[in-house]
Design a protein around this ligand. Structure first.
Ligand code: IMP
Length: 421
């Protein structure tokens, strides 16, 4: 059984929570793209875990894998392992596997990310984690891989080749390169510690699937931040759609059994780029405060808006969702006049699907359907039938308009605050 979970909007849909909820049923949970730009929050037994690299299935017995399509900052991984250890969770090599080919985020990637962003006339609002430049090096065949930092000779050889050109690139952007011997030694030390964790992720997953085991691929970021299909240039540097799980993990598409989209009952975006339903008023403030809409990785306030159906329709096409998990329905409580964007007006025409070009999307004016809200606090509700009538109607309308089954509904950050529809 191979399941893929991706975010259907601009990230921060609550994938971490849904993966945590499902992980107990899976043997393997794997990350297939992105890096520590992701921030997955898992709340369990009164504790909040903010994860950036380690798959969200960490609180269960599942084996965790970091695939070769990801970019990994080893220093961040070690901090995460230490944080989990402090909370009584030991990340042994039996628990976590890292593909030998996983791209390593080097200090020069982080420096280049910051310098390049500072020079951009139109900012992207990157998380400043070096993600884009690590992917540039993958495509440019200049990456450092996990196996390299675990082997002193190979790592030194790579650095002899790479450091002079990185120094130059940083200088060209007006910065200064200072990768010291102690930093190289730190990478080597971590490489040595992580050596036992190195694995062939594709082989492991294909073998597990052959044995009838259950594998969950956990997406990071969201569909509309996809490097190919997203709102360029305001996107991340990896492919965030479901098909990317097959490519990133080395599993054939015929092996996929289920593709679940995680979607919020409203919409948020961090960083720059169009967000047609953005609310710069009290309602936006309500969503931000009630929904705790502040970036897990950067702490930036998230931009908030009404549910955007054209965006959802495109996600459904790009991912081929077989079902969805609707999150943060509770956050809409107290807003008696809800709105749902069912289409856009662009250049005098009404459309029900986003235009291809980012510039066009930024000119789209939302067309809204008014929906009556509910005043009750629904965060303690445990079944669909117990929801206030108007909350049920909101969910049913979404389902009808998206034409995809809503399988789960989440009404709060805690593990218990989710039920099947
Ligand atoms: P980068 O991925 O750091 O290069 O940032 C590119 C864009 O993607 C910026 O707008 C970020 O705010 C956004 N982004 C990256 N990771 C996440 C995430 O996990 N959630 C939401 N937005 C993200």
């Amino acid at each position: 059984m191979f399941t893929i979970i991706t975010g259907a909007q601009f990230g921060d849909e609550g994938k971490g929570k849904i993966v945590d909820m499902l992980a107990k049923e899976y043997d393997i949970v794997a990350r297939f793209q992105g890096g520590d730009n992701a921030g997955h929050t898992v709340v369990a037994e009164g504790k909040t875990y903010k994860l950036h690299l380690i798959p969200s299935g960490v609180l269960f017995d599942a084996r965790l894998l970091i695939g070769p399509g990801t970019v990994m900052n080893p220093k961040v991984l070690m901090l995460e392992i230490a944080m989990l250890r402090e909370n009584g969770i030991e990340i042994t090599s039996k628990k976590l596997g890292i593909d030998a080919k996983t791209s390593i985020i080097m200090p020069y990637h982080v420096a280049l990310d910051g310098l390049r962003e500072s020079k951009r006339a139109v900012k992207i609002g990157t998380t400043n984690r070096g993600i884009g430049f690590a992917y540039v090096d993958k495509v440019g065949r200049d990456e450092v891989q996990m196996a390299d930092i675990a082997d002193e000779k190979r790592f030194e050889k790579r650095l002899d080749e790479l450091l002079p050109q990185k120094e130059m690139a940083i200088k060209e952007l007006g910065g200064e390169m200072n990768i010291s011997r102690s930093e190289v030694d730190e990478y080597l030390k971590i490489g040595k510690q992580l050596k036992p964790y190195i694995t062939d992720v594709s082989r492991e997953i294909n073998h597990a699937l052959l044995q009838g085991k259950k594998v969950l691929a956990e997406g990071a970021q969201g569909t509309h931040l996809d490097i190919i299909h997203g709102t360029q240039k305001f996107v991340t540097s990896s492919s965030t759609v479901a098909g990317s799980a097959c490519a990133g993990l080395g599993v054939g598409p015929m092996k996929v059994n289920k593709v679940m989209g995680v979607i919020k009952a409203y919409i948020t975006r961090v960083g720059e780029g169009p967000l047609p339903t953005e609310l710069k008023n009290d309602v936006g403030e309500h969503l931000r405060e009630r929904g705790g809409e502040f970036g897990t990785t950067t702490g930036r306030p998230r931009r908030c808006g009404w549910f955007d159906l054209p965006i959802a329709r495109k996600s459904i096409d790009l991912n081929g969702y077989s079902s969805m998990a609707l999150t943060k329905l509770d956050v809409l409580g107290g807003l008696l006049n809800l709105r749902m964007c069912t289409g856009y007006e662009l250049d005098g025409k009404i459309r029900d699907y986003p235009p291809e070009l980012t510039e066009e999307l930024s000119r789209c004016k939302p067309v809204y359907t008014e929906v009556i809200g509910w005043s009750e606090d629904i965060s303690g509700i445990e079944s669909f039938d117990e929801l206030p009538g108007n909350a049920r109607k909101y969910v049913e309308l979404l389902e009808e308009l998206m034409k995809v089954n809503i399988e789960y509904i989440s009404v709060g950050p805690g593990r218990m605050q989710t039920f099947m529809k």
